[in-house]
Design a protein around this ligand. Structure first.
Ligand code: B12
Ligand code: SF4
Length: 616
């Protein structure tokens, strides 16, 4: 199910609320001398096309945002550890400023949740007398916070609290904790006192366990859906987060100091940046509109220009990736941003000469913007990722069609912007269809012709927080085990066929590879090199090389799965993962983050297998 919507008019924080909270925390920060480690969970088994470079060479914006918020509020002793760069990091070995940190935070997407739980389990090895308060956050906590808590005495791996929201929720909780914390008291004990006294119940966006024994929750309290910050200019400066990065290493412990500014660009040449959030469409397989409470939230053009300039000046960063859901969502607002970027200067030089930016949009909105694409190029935009999904709109109709997609791609190429299609393969789409445009290869052929520079083809896979999620399980589409091998969280990335009613699901798996091979291959590289040169053809050649290397890695990881699908017995799930611990809201209503929260009665702790805890 989608996240429930707050009452109309109460979706957003009041203007200035986040800024005021930041100021209040700054006034009390020096009294507390907090140390914080923020880990980004990452499962290296997910390293393959189409994310093979961006996954490790773009420090995720989520952990940077949380780190920036801590520093902005005066908690300078903060370190960000990326499992992407520090595979062996062990929270039980971490020391910051010579001591076990007060706070251990972990951010995770659903597909990295296996690693997230390992980090939490390891942090719990720290003697309770010194143990930090364990806070989980990020997309996995937003959509499935109940998976971060254990009811198994043999495996007491629970976060103390899951933040199902953004900076405001975390900072509100810290304000309450610091408000009641006695001198020398640990943050963990302050948290328990606040929780038991009901002081956290008024902060929407938290889920925490309660129970007599440490690490095993008897019930989960859900304080409801967060209020969102509407004006993204109120967010803390993202430049701060880059100062906090743990240098890459093979060590389990932390380095004495953070990554020097001079090394940031080499290790993370692309900088992901929050520009806008939200999308006006309502695709049934996408959780984004509900997460954003159907709101469109933006930074101003001036603020974006300032952030790009500072990131360029301080770290030499030149390439930016907007964390947008649909950057072209609103024409007037988009034009306002790009016009400002076109005029902006950095040290007397136009910003557009120093900064190149890229982001995600839809085909429909690209055509709405078609008269302005050269202005968008002039503002520094060089590539746009478009959710083409299925060009014939059979899977989902969001205004795309073969003609419209071809027109949008042509216009982008003319303007010097690389079109980067994102496709979704599904059970009813054949590999090839004779004389039509329905087959996967037929569509890739059209996209090649239209000038696509890169390709993303993923199998449609159930995603928590979407309209389709529960029914995909109820319909028996989702695999539990194939040939005895369990489907693990990292396999929910769209690269593995883990949900299908096709009689030969192995064909679907091989279709994905065939699609990539058809797009990325030496013949195509040669033809790009000899064809007429255009503004984007050298980029297409570069992408071919990256893509061919990526295909090898993708085949290495997924061919074994195709073989299992061919010969192994497929066991299916009939229910999505649910909470092993009963959940309740603070007011007795249905908990907002409970699985299948459209039911009318509270969840009574139905016990079914959690992919996170049982398969890892
Ligand atoms: C950019 C992006 C990518 C980039 C990421 C590159 C990188 N290293 O950063 C690329 C293109 C590689 C990518 C790939 C994938 N992505 Co992606 N991606 C995004 C996108 C558009 C922006 C992410 C971002 O930077 N957001 C901005 C930051 C500030 O937001 P945030 O991370 O959510 O963090 C905020 C809160 O969550 C919270 N928070 C985060 N961490 C923590 C920690 C603590 C302790 C606390 C208290 C709070 C907290 O506070 C932050 C500040 O507000 C999001 C959608 C979106 N708009 O967020 C999807 C999204 C993260 N991706 C998603 C998915 C599923 C994928 C893929 C699996 C592909 C797919 N099938 O769609 C792959 C996985 C690749 C891999 N191996 O990891 C999903 C995750 C859903 C889930 N339940 O986990 C999202 C949410 C989109 C969606 N469908 O809703 N992605
Ligand atoms: S257009 Fe993209 S971001 Fe918008 S609802 Fe559909 S899939 Fe989600």
């Amino acid at each position: 199910m989608e996240l429930p919507r707050r009452n109309r008019g109460d979706e957003l924080l009041k203007t200035g609320e986040l800024s005021a909270l930041r100021s209040r925390l700054r006034r009390i920060a020096s009294r507390h001398d907090l140390t914080t480690v923020i880990a980004c969970a990452f499962d290296h088994r997910t390293r393959m096309l189409p994310f093979i470079y961006a996954d490790t060479r773009m420090v995720p914006a989520g952990v940077r945002a949380i780190g920036s918020a801590m520093v902005d509020c005066g908690f300078d002793k903060t370190r960000i550890v990326l499992q992407q760069w520090n595979r062996r990091f062990r929270p039980s070995r971490m020391r910051l400023d010579g001591r076990v940190p007060d706070l251990f935070m972990v951010s995770s997407m659903g597909l990295h949740s296996g690693r997230c739980m390992e980090l939490i389990r390891d942090a719990r090895r720290i003697d309770p007398a010194y143990r930090p308060l364990i806070i989980a956050g990020g997309p996995h906590a937003v959509y499935q916070p109940y998976q971060l808590f254990s009811a198994d005495p043999a495996n007491p791996a629970s976060a103390d609290v899951a933040v199902t929201g953004e900076e405001y929720v975390l900072l509100s909780m810290l304000e309450v904790l610091l408000g009641i914390r006695a001198e020398g008291e640990s943050m963990r004990l302050a948290f328990f006192r606040a929780r038991d006294g009901g002081a956290l119940e008024g902060i929407p966006g938290l889920v925490y366990g309660r129970g007599p024994s440490d690490g095993i929750a008897e019930e989960l309290v859900d304080t409801g859906v967060q209020r969102l910050v509407g004006d993204l200019d109120e967010l803390p400066d993202p430049v701060l987060g880059y100062r906090l990065l743990e240098p890459p290493s093979g060590s389990a412990a932390l380095a004495y100091s953070a990554l020097p500014a001079g090394r940031v660009r080499k290790l993370s040449p692309i900088s992901s940046l929050v520009l806008t959030f939200g999308c006006k469409f309502a695709c049934p397989y996408c959780p984004i509109p509900a997460y954003n409470q159907r709101q469109h939230r933006l930074k101003s053009g001036a603020r974006i220009a300032e952030e790009m300039s500072r990131l360029h000046q301080e770290y030499g960063l030149r390439y930016f990736f907007g964390a947008d859901d649909n950057f072209f969502n609103n024409k007037t607002r988009t034009l306002d941003i790009v016009e400002t970027l076109t005029r902006a200067q950095v040290c007397g030089v136009p910003l557009r000469r120093k900064a190149r930016w890229h982001t995600e949009v839809t085909v429909h909105d690209t055509l709405q913007m078609k008269e302005h694409l050269s202005l968008i190029h002039d503002s520094g935009c060089r590539a746009l990722w478009l959710g083409v999904e299925d060009m014939t709109a059979t899977l989902v109709n969001k205004g795309q069609s073969v003609d419209k997609t071809m027109e949008a791609f042509g216009r982008l190429r003319e303007a010097g912007i690389c079109p980067m299609p994102m496709m979704m393969h599904h059970d009813s789409q054949p590999l090839y269809s004779r004389g039509g445009s329905y087959g996967l290869l037929n569509q890739i052929k059209l996209l090649r012709k239209a000038g696509a520079v890169s390709l993303q083809v993923l199998m449609i896979t159930p995603s928590a927080g979407t309209k389709l999620y529960e029914q995909t399980f109820a319909g028996g589409q989702v695999f539990d085990r194939v040939g005895g091998r369990p489907v693990l969280p990292h396999m929910y990335d769209g690269n593995y066929v883990v949900a299908s009613t096709h009689p030969y699901p192995w064909r679907k798996q091989l279709n994905l590879l065939a699609g990539y091979l058809y797009f990325y291959n030496p013949l195509r590289l040669a033809s790009i090199l000899v064809r007429t040169k255009t503004k984007v053809s050298h980029k297409a050649a570069g992408m071919q090389i990256v893509g061919m290397l990526g295909v090898i890695q993708t085949a290495r990881r997924t061919l074994g799965w195709a073989v299992r699908l061919m010969f192994g017995r497929i066991e299916r799930l009939t229910q999505p993962p649910t909470s092993a611990v009963p959940m309740r809201s603070v007011d007795g209503a249905m908990p907002s983050h409970a699985p299948g929260n459209s039911d009318t009665s509270p969840v009574k702790g139905r016990m079914i297998r959690l992919p996170v805890s049982s398969h890892v």
